[in-house]
Design a protein around this ligand. Sequence first.
Ligand SMILES: [Zn+2]
Ligand SMILES: [Zn+2]
Length: 301
Amino acid sequence: MQRRSFLRNTGLTMASLAVLNQSSLASFLFDPAWKIKMLTDNIGIFTEKGGTIVFSLNKKGIVVVDSQFPDTAGHLIEELKKKNKKPFKYLINTHHHGDHTGGNIAFKGLAEHVVAHINSKANQLKVAGEQKMEGSKFHVPDITFGEEGWSAKVNKETIRAYYFGAGHTNGDAMIHFEKANIVHMGDLVFNRRHPYIDKTAGANIANWIILLDKAIATFNKDTQFVCGHAAAGYDVVVKAADLKAFGDYLGNVLKYTESQIRLGKTKEEILKITEIPGSPEWKGDGIERPLGAAYAELAMK
Ligand SMILES: [Zn+2]
Ligand SMILES: [Zn+2]
């Protein structure tokens, strides 16, 4: 709702607002679109538009995981500079999608390194090429890793990237802040929301289920997992049980699609389904995306 119409609808006048104390008045009138929520004293999440961002601040420097879009990355950078005067050590990308890397350009000349899985970098370059993006509009990783992953220490915090093969794309990494025990899962977890499954970038649902099990085995019951996206009303910070639930959902997508193919249903008929049997809590637009991806994956077998 526009603030002006809110004022009108509630019958509040500027005079009545003036009796509110200074800080609540300021936050009411200038409430920014973005939100920062701290998960520990020095690690937090930033949400505005696109994939959730994780940041870590300590006396040796700042680490940021994912960058949303140029304008929203600018809001984050402005806030982090107020909280910590240290340099931006690393910007890490969980994967190449524009709602996670579009803001990389805002870190050019600011972040000492940009880090990602080698397939993520290749995908970023491919998309930039396809969209004929000018060099000044994107900023790709200068440090890449493969199966072996990557790690770095910034003061007392060790940051480790894990790669368990193709899932949402062929270049999704999980970024673990070991001391804080927080993992950015990127788009490997959509909390109770139908996921985008990027077959053009090598997505693989069957392996996605396996890699979620590996993540559950690698981390523990106290780990806080940050998801790229969640359905309205659901948190982007989840626990291992939610990874299991998402793996079960992906299993149900594959199982249901396979049963429909076996019944002789056409792709068009399958895409008309409105709920995944066994996972009714998964909501949102775009149910045809996981069904279409499952159909393509099964048809290839
Ligand atoms: Zn995303
Ligand atoms: Zn994505």
